[in-house]
Design a binder for this molecule. Structure first.
Ligand code: DGJ
Length: 741
């Protein structure tokens, strides 16, 4: 008998047993009872097991087990209770509404007949190769309804990352209503749990804070729709048995790939177990799912580190560069932007001059920001013009073509800003297509930054947004870069397009954005793009499949940036994080500002006239140094050595993969009078190699004050003894190149 026939007989048997039996109290074991599904990376095991009742349970998530027997022997009900009273409860891998668990489920469904309960039973599973890892698919099915869930896990062994999502579908006679739809569910049984969250606001992104999780739920969610991560970011850390530490202890680091409303629920139950439920926020989003339609949840990406968050970050950085970020292994363009310099106040000649400045500075590209479009309603400020993506003729009579020519003449590339999902009511687009806009039909309109959000669930709007990029590139194929902004949350939620499905708008809107981004990537795979949302309010790995980097914050005060970049670096490689030197916090030196920006994808947004000759020479040299150090900063390993949250200083080191080249950035933020200065011990070097340590990024005419300047040490020494790089001078920096001899 061939294997397909065998499988189909088996499936029929399973399904008939499932439908004929009240499984929850089954007197006999399910035919697949005891089946083990092991999802493994080099360091971590996630083990699932089919219970006697046929349902799927997590039996383990932690450091990789040495013995297959141990993995198989784990009991699905082992963690449920210490007194045995609810010992059959178990940790259901994808817990559903209406079951005997009584805590927060992953999935809430009201079936076509109004029944609000779902029980999922194991059907089958398979493993397939996936880029960089192994994909496990597990099919589950309700025994009373033709309702299916498939759980997907991709394990990336070398990076110790697991990516998981689920697919929900049914063949019921009428639509079912989904009221919650998590991407996954993970459980932990430890003595204590400490959550680190990343709260945010405009110019205040990625602020880290920690708290112990006690009985009950802690929810981190957003309801902003489009500028979705403005108040909190879609990632978190959980320290197991203690607060998260940089270099030791077990930590779960998780992030959701969703550029819309998200929700993380952390619930400690009656017996002190923790469940983690990441997914789309179901807020105002009861989803009507038709028969055979597949509801695919966003990807939840996580790593478990046993050596603190530093190792967890390096796992994620490697994973992102190899398998997720657009052009993750490619190089990045340094640039000069004009937003902080000119704002809306420019013309063709001014821009042509700035392009020459870009060349003089030594960057690769000039990036034109907001304010270049609109004729009936020119974009003179943020009150008008959004939606009318035609060059303002008065301001730029030669159009984009003339700007591209000026860039060619100056020998730099040319990039351009767009905000294509948005519209100002003062625009021709709004006049022509008021029905393309998310806006209440019968209430006063609430505006955020004087603008409204286009209804991306409408395919015609998707075409229009695609055309914004497509038209620019068709007419000007030399345009080398886009900065894609999104400055408003969804206000006045109501879709004129999908009138009967208002509950789906928050979700379908995001899917509409992805449709457009997919088309752009397919047609223009090599055009780099920066993701921006009034600063860093879009920072998730689904969006970053289409963007080479994101703008971390409009706050470019270097002191604040040390914290903001520290926060984002927990989840993103420096390559994905754009940082510009600007005139925010002029009290700090150009050197300090440049050194902080040099820890990420370096750019400038400052008029060269603001710089004196030494400062300009300094910047030119710093750009050359950054390019030389790209293998370490962009593609190497990052070590966060001294936290600004725990001291009056900060230090971050990057080492290239061959351990031949590294760089140490050290900052004195606000040292106390005569405080004890910490010697900074490096990490990630080859202990047996010899390295020369040299201070770079010195202002012309200044002598290095670095005590060990130009000396040669073993990697062992540098990692055990360390370097004296801190001082008492507030808001100053030192950059040390580390080169193998
Ligand atoms: C918000 C962005 O964060 C800024 O960098 C700039 O592009 C402005 N929008 C332009 O309106």
């Amino acid at each position: 008998m061939n294997s397909n026939i065998q499988k189909s007989i088996f499936m029929k048997r399973v399904l008939s047993i499932l439908s004929a039996t009240a499984i929850a109290t089954a007197a006999f074991a399910h035919p697949e009872a005891g089946k083990i599904i092991r999802i493994s990376t080099d360091n971590t095991d996630l083990i699932l097991k089919v219970g006697d009742n046929g349902r799927l349970y997590q039996t383990y998530l932690g450091p990789k087990l040495l013995n297959a027997d141990d993995a198989a022997g784990l009991d699905w009900a082992q963690y449920a209770a210490s007194d045995g009273s609810v010992s059959k409860r178990g940790w259901e891998a994808y817990s559903t509404s209406g079951n005997e668990d009584f805590f927060e489920p992953a999935l809430g469904v009201t079936h076509a007949d109004g029944n609000p309960t779902t029980y999922l039973y194991y059907v089958d599973s398979c493993e397939t190769p996936a880029e960089g890892g192994v994909q496990t698919n597990i099919r589950l099915r309700d025994d009373k309804y033709p309702f299916d869930v498939t759980l997907h896990y991709v394990a990336y062994p070398k990076e110790n990352v697991i990516k998981t999502w689920s697919e929900i579908k049914h063949q019921e006679k009428k639509p079912v209503t989904l009221s919650s739809f998590a991407s996954a569910m993970l459980y932990f049984n430890e003595m204590s749990y400490y959550l680190t969250e990343f709260s945010s606001d405009w110019a205040k992104e990625a602020q880290m804070s920690s708290q112990q999780l006690q009985f009950g739920k802690k929810v981190i969610d957003t309801k902003l729709g489009s500028r979705a991560a403005m108040h909190t970011h879609p990632f978190f850390e959980i320290g197991l048995n203690g607060p998260v530490k940089e270099n030791s202890g077990e930590v779960l680091m998780g992030t959701l790939g969703w550029t819309g409303n998200f929700r993380f629920t952390f619930e400690v139950d009656n017996v002190g177990n923790l469940r983690v439920i990441p997914g789309i926020n179901p807020y105002a989003s009861n989803y009507e799912l038709k028969a055979d339609e597949v509801f695919t949840t966003p990807e939840f990406i996580f790593t478990l580190s046993y050596d603190g968050s530093g190792q967890g970050s390096r796992n994620l950085h490697d994973w992102a560069r190899k398998y997720s970020l657009k052009d993750g292994d490619g190089s990045r363009l340094t640039l000069l932007n004009n937003w902080e310099n000119t704002a809306f106040d420019f013309d063709q000649d001014i821009l042509a001059e700035l392009m020459k400045e870009a060349k003089h500075l030594g960057v690769d590209m000039f990036l034109l920001d907001d304010g270049w479009f609109g004729n009936k309603y020119p974009r003179k400020d943020d009150h008008a013009g959004l939606g009318d993506w035609e060059v303002t003729h008065d301001k730029l009579p030669g159009g984009i073509a003339a700007l591209v020519k000026s860039a060619n003449d100056a020998d730099v590339k040319f990039g351009i800003w767009i905000e294509p999902e948005m519209v100002n009511p003062k625009s021709e687009l709004y006049e022509k297509h008021p029905d393309w806009v998310i806006e209440q039909p019968n209430r006063d309109t609430y505006y955020y930054r004087n603008q409204l959000v286009l209804d991306m669930s409408n395919p015609k709007v998707q075409d229009y947004v695609f055309d914004v990029v497509d038209n620019i590139l068709t007419e000007n194929p030399e345009v080398a870069y886009f900065k894609w902004d999104c400055n408003s949350p969804i206000t006045n939620i109501y879709s004129p397009y999908n009138k009967d499905k208002q509950g789906q708008l928050y979700i379908d809107h995001v899917r509409g954005i992805y449709n457009v981004l997919k088309r752009i990537k397919a047609k223009y795979p090599d055009v780099p793009m920066m993701l921006c949302s009034g600063g860093g309010a879009r920072c998730d790995y689904e969006a970053l499949k289409y963007f080479t980097e994101f703008w971390c914050s409009d706050n470019t005060d270097p002191v604040e940036r040390v914290y903001i970049q520290w926060g984002f670096s927990q989840f993103f490689p420096a390559k994905a994080m754009a940082a510009h030197v600007t005139s925010w916090n002029k009290n700090t030196s150009v050197k300090f500002r440049t050194d902080v920006a040099s820890m990420c994808k370096l750019g400038f947004d400052i008029g060269l006239k603001e710089l004196n000759a030494d400062e300009l020479a300094y910047c030119q040299q710093a750009i050359a140094n950054w390019k030389h150090l790209e293998p370490a900063i962009m593609d190497g390993e990052q070590y966060r050595l001294v936290s600004p949250y725990e001291s009056n200083h900060a230090a971050v080191e990057y080492v290239d993969k061959s351990k031949n080249m590294g760089v140490l950035f050290a900052y004195n933020l606000s040292p106390r009078y005569k405080e004890k200065l910490q010697r900074v011990k490096l990490q990630g070097l080859d202990p047996s190699k010899k390295y020369r340590v040299t201070e770079i990024n010195l202002m012309p005419g200044t002598k290095s004050k670095f005590a060990q300047n130009n000396k040669i040490f073993s990697g062992d020494y540098l990692m055990k003894v360390g370097l004296d790089v801190f001082s008492f001078a507030h808001n100053t920096s030192m950059v040390i190149e580390i080169s193998a001899q």
